[in-house]
Ligand binder design. Structure first.
Ligand SMILES: Nc1ncnc2c1ncn2[C@@H]1O[C@H](COP(=O)(O)OP(=O)(O)OP(=O)(O)O)[C@@H](O)[C@H]1O
Ligand SMILES: [Mg+2]
Length: 277
């Protein structure tokens, strides 16, 4: 396993002072986000505790990325409040933003930079010293199998290579909360397995992951808790520990043996035929 999340201490970007497991580190109260006449997130309230891997699910257009945008300060909520790590998230809350990491949906990388430059830029922006930055950039590029592309600008990277760089940039400063929007999309199975291992190690340290995914088997195996959003509203929230133990989960007085069955119950099954196919 890579030592990206090492236990060693150093002055900058060290394993953050972990919150006690169970402390509420993400508190969303009555969050609403409108884009003109579209209500993308509708009166959403949700809490996530430290040391948990939280999977945020929902159909396309349900409001997942918009919620992450609000949680990470990329979007201004229309109404409601957000507290991260016990502090209110207000516009320009620089201190909180230093303590979180984000891999947003639209990967805005600086395309003319090379991967080491981009990662070093991110690390320095988050206050890591030069030595720590150099070590982590090297380690991440090695672990992510990107060493053969050191001389190439990011604009030449494949979809999965870009995603790896974005993931590396989101964790390089060892944030206390990691927001990941579809982290494994386009990433090959070996790298995916390694990243999952990193995430498990990361939450074991008391840090917290808030991630979206449409791959329900992955969520079922990886996440501790799940929230399902539908038309901007929270439709279900619960723990998955019963599923991993071979049990089931309950919603609307019914029991479901898989996350997929629950998801289909909430979002509805689609069986449309095409007239020409
Ligand atoms: N910048 C924007 N301007 C206008 N409408 C937007 C904007 N961003 C998102 N929306 C709308 O808000 C709703 C929620 O979008 P969002 O991207 O949050 O969905 P999502 O759950 O992340 O979907 P997906 O699974 O496809 O990524 C959609 O109706 C979308 O069209
Ligand atoms: Mg999205």
């Amino acid at each position: 396993m890579s030592a990206v999340f090492s236990d060693a201490t150093n002055p900058a970007g060290d394993a953050p002072e972990a919150k006690r497991k169970g402390d509420c580190v993400i508190r969303i109260e009555r969050l609403t986000k409108k884009f003109g006449r579209i209500t993308a997130v509708d009166d959403l309230s949700l809490e996530v505790s430290a040391g948990r891997l939280f999977g945020f699910l929902g159909p396309n257009g349900a409001g997942k990325s918009t919620t992450i945008g609000c949680l990470t300060g990329l979007l201004d909520p229309t109404a409601g409040s957000i507290r991260l790590l016990g502090e209110a998230l207000i516009p320009h809350s620089v201190e909180i933003k230093r303590r979180i990491g984000v891999m947003p949906e639209g990967l805005a990388l600086f395309d003319q930079l090379r991967a080491p430059e981009f990662l070093a830029f991110n690390a320095r922006m988050f206050g890591l010293d030069e030595k720590t930055t150099r070590g982590r950039v090297e380690e991440l590029l090695e672990a992510m199998d990107l060493k053969s592309a050191l001389q190439r600008p990011l604009r030449e990277f494949s979809a999965g290579m870009r995603k790896k760089v974005a993931f590396a940039a989101s964790i390089i400063h060892h944030p206390e909360i990691l927001f990941l929007d579809e982290p494994f999309e386009s990433i090959d199975p070996s790298a995916t397995a390694m990243m999952k291992e990193w995430l498990r190690r990361y939450v074991a340290q008391g840090c917290t992951v808030f991630m979206t995914s449409h791959v329900l088997e992955t969520v079922e195996r990886l996440c501790d808790d799940v929230g399902i959003i539908h038309f901007g509203k929270l439709a279900w929230r619960g723990e998955l520990k019963n599923l991993s133990g071979g049990g089931d989960i309950e919603c609307d007085g019914r029991r479901f043996a898989t996350l997929e069955a629950l998801f289909l119950h909430i979002a509805g099954e689609q069986h449309r035929r095409l007239t020409w196919l």
